[in-house]
Design a binder for this molecule. Sequence first.
Ligand code: FAD
Length: 464
Amino acid sequence: MNYQYDIVVIGGGPAGYAAAIRAGQLKKRVLCVEKEDLGGTCLNWGCIPTKALLESGAFIRRLREHPAEWGVSFDNLSIDFSAIIGRSRDIAGKLSKGIAHLFSKYGVKHERGTATVLAAGKIRLVSSAGAQDITAKDILIATGARARALPGIDFDGDRIISSREAMSLKQQPKHLAIIGAGAIGCEFSDFYNALGTKVTLIEMLDHILPIEDEDCSIVLERSFAKRGIDVHTRTRTQQVEKTGTGVKLTVSNSRGVQTIEADKVLLAVGVTGNIQGLFGLDLTIELVKNHIKVDASYQTSVRGIWAAGDVIGPPWLAHVAHHEAVACVEHICGVHAETIDYANVPGCTYTHPQVASVGLTERKCREDNRDIKIGKFPFAASGRALAAGQTEGFTKLIFDAKTGALLGAHMIGENVTEMLAGLVVARKLETTEDQIIEAMHPHPTMSEAIMEAAGVAFGRAIHL
Ligand code: FAD
């Protein structure tokens, strides 16, 4: 059959655009169909705009907290909420345009419109120009995921909102309730608290950031509480009612039932795959819990139809989406494809302090009865952290006691997300404690805490 394209990619997020660019590099005739702006959730409504907001929040907090200590004084600090939102939206817009530039550099064709997969080799594109069927030898679905509501509590875009609305509000809420204390819930708590909004954060599980090492979650909980964020863990949301001007939440925990009144409630309880309306009536693709099921090369249950990124399920992270999609295209093209090690996926939360981790938590090691050595180095003992006035937190490394292999790394502190890549490489290279201790770490940097934490684990730390 004479196909119009070698590969059609549906979705222009970190999975879709990376796949399309890689296919272009491999000299394939490739089309990327995206119904909104290029860049997907990550660039437009996720990773990047939230980090822009968090930087504004951190800047304001730094000015507010102990300015005299820094030799600064001022009479009045006023905040322009719409300028903060505007800066974040501008940054998202710039990056989206950058993807279009990369597409033209690598010969990727782009259509704005909504795609439906009709069969292997055929999609229907509906755009402002009308509907057309397009053929391609391979189809890669990278349609991502969207915020999930709670049973009986649906989004209304005004008072019961998702992260999309939370990052583009016209007016700063006085009181924001947030349900779900994963990375997204914690980041919005951090941002709105810095601006002076009263924040109530509700989490059903034992700790905020429940998938992180407990030690990091506890430090962040304390830090949030100190700053006035009202954190309710082990608390279930039973009901959300709209009132005359806001919302009333009914929550319950071991202390009983309580009501919380707020202007708005942000639901940050997870995502669900974008598969609605994606398949023609004659096509059946195997799904798992609202996500597309794939094999190790990212092929779906139908030959020639592939899927990668958030639409295939957790971990829902931009860097995972990117690596899966590139590996998928390499499988399609028959070149050497990356094997993704899901045990070595970095996780970052950009609160203040930040949380960054890779590998096993202490709890998981104990559950698996592993013989481990743990080294923890507090930033309070780091000269660089003291100079920066950012001594909260620590670096915690977990090693196999016999082999010295690095099993897990967990950090909480200023800018620790920037320190994490080194530890991901260390795990990829199966580095041991000796190699970490003997690798010269630059002074003075926060990253010296990595070398010192390895030293603490094996009784070789110099500064503790
Ligand atoms: P998406 O980025 O969602 O892209 C899918 C694209 O497909 C969308 O643009 C959509 O419009 C398009 N599409 C869907 N259906 C169709 C169709 N039928 N036809 C045409 N186009 C279609 N991850 C991190 O790693 N770090 C972070 O700091 C981080 N922060 C986040 C903050 C927030 C508030 C949110 C919501 C998410 C965050 N994430 C973060 C997650 C990250 O954004 C996602 O993991 C990532 O965007 C997934 O990439 P993707 O390409 O699979 O899907």
